[in-house]
Design a protein around this ligand. Structure first.
Ligand SMILES: Cc1cc2nc3c(=O)[nH]c(=O)nc-3n(C[C@H](O)[C@H](O)[C@H](O)COP(=O)(O)OP(=O)(O)OC[C@H]3O[C@@H](n4cnc5c(N)ncnc54)[C@H](O)[C@@H]3O)c2cc1C
Length: 283
């Protein structure tokens, strides 16, 4: 690893102000940064640690069913939070399948979302739940739907001196959710496909649907045609087949070491149906 300087500002805005050059990178839990530095794909001259910023950015709060998650909250804190378990249990369920407890104890929500590896588990879930992300810069900030953060493989709309500050998950009301992580090797491997489904349903009748996939595509992707096939339908085998076919034709699936594009399209047909059934069975 090449030598680097480490600075530890006391506010998130100050941290954003220190990120002016391409040689400087923010450091949160460090689980991705350190791996990239050890592999030599990242050689920053300076790391700006976020560990000493205001405590409120590590907090998880709930009001009226809406969750506010600070960017420095660890994945373990999220997994164990009773507020999260009540407002959006699918988040805690997803985290139990994510990496291992050592990674979750240090990895942060902000680092997880900013890293933009399409194999990450939380982005499709949070996008399907309608999450918004707040971004801070030295002068102010902006808020956008989480799905709009991602532009490509490891690429986001974050400017050089912008940092993820907070994620907001709206109240889910009667909506229910499921996430299926489809691995093709060991169960704790990176997924070949992730499928998040959020439904508002009355028995088998789907009133509204959100479907977001990851891992098989360059960015977490919402599947509008699959959602349309489910919305207003009473779910049976034929509806699930139509939704699966719609998903497989609309998604820009890419092949990699986890499976060919054709194989992942077939996985998508099968896993989408299973995820929809998982939500409906839970009602
Ligand atoms: C062994 C192992 C197994 C894993 N398995 C899984 C898995 O099964 N599923 C899964 O989803 N993930 C998995 N991961 C990835 C893990 O989720 C990420 O490494 C982690 O979430 C990144 O968070 P971090 O806080 O450590 O980020 P860091 O490593 O500190 O940062 C990651 C990136 O985000 C930037 N950054 C950090 N914080 C911010 C911020 N607030 N604003 C803007 N940019 C920021 C950094 O500069 C860097 O580019 C695994 C990782 C490891 C090491």
């Amino acid at each position: 690893m090449t030598p680097f300087e480490l600075v530890e500002p006391h506010t998130l805005r100050e941290a954003a102000g220190l990120l002016a050059s391409a040689e400087v990178r923010p450091l949160a839990g460090g689980t991705a940064v350190m791996l990239m530095m050890k592999m030599g794909v990242l050689r920053p001259a300076r790391l700006v640690s976020l560990r000493a910023v205001e405590k409120r950015y590590s907090e998880i709060a709930a009001a009226g069913g809406e969750l506010r998650i600070g960017a420095l909250a660890t994945l373990s804190a999220l997994e164990r939070s009773p507020l999260v378990a009540r407002a959006a249990p699918v988040i805690a369920q997803t985290l139990r399948m994510l990496a291992n407890v050592r990674v979750r104890n240090v990895a942060t929500v902000g680092g997880h979302l900013a890293h933009a590896d399409p194999h990450m588990d939380l982005p499709p879930v949070l996008i399907a739940l309608g999450a918004r992300v707040s971004i801070i810069d030295p002068a102010g900030g902006r808020t956008l739907p989480l799905g709009e953060l991602y532009t490509g493989y490891l690429e986001t709309t974050l400017g050089r001196n912008e940092l993820v500050a907070e994620v907001t998950v709206p109240a889910q009301g009667s909506r229910r959710a499921a996430y299926l992580k489809c691995t093709t090797r060991s169960a704790d491997d990176w997924p070949a496909l992730g499928v998040a489904v959020v439904l508002e349903a009355d028995g088998a009748l789907v009133r509204d649907a959100r479907v977001v996939i990851s891992a098989a595509t360059d960015t977490p992707t919402r599947l509008a045609a699959a959602e349309n096939a489910l919305r207003g339908a009473r779910v049976d085998e034929a509806v699930l087949r139509r939704a699966g076919d719609a998903a497989a034709s609309e998604a820009a699936v890419i092949g990699d070491q986890h499976g060919s594009a054709a194989y992942k399209r077939e996985l998508l047909r099968v896993c989408l149906a299973r995820a929809v059934r998982a939500v409906l069975d839970e009602q």
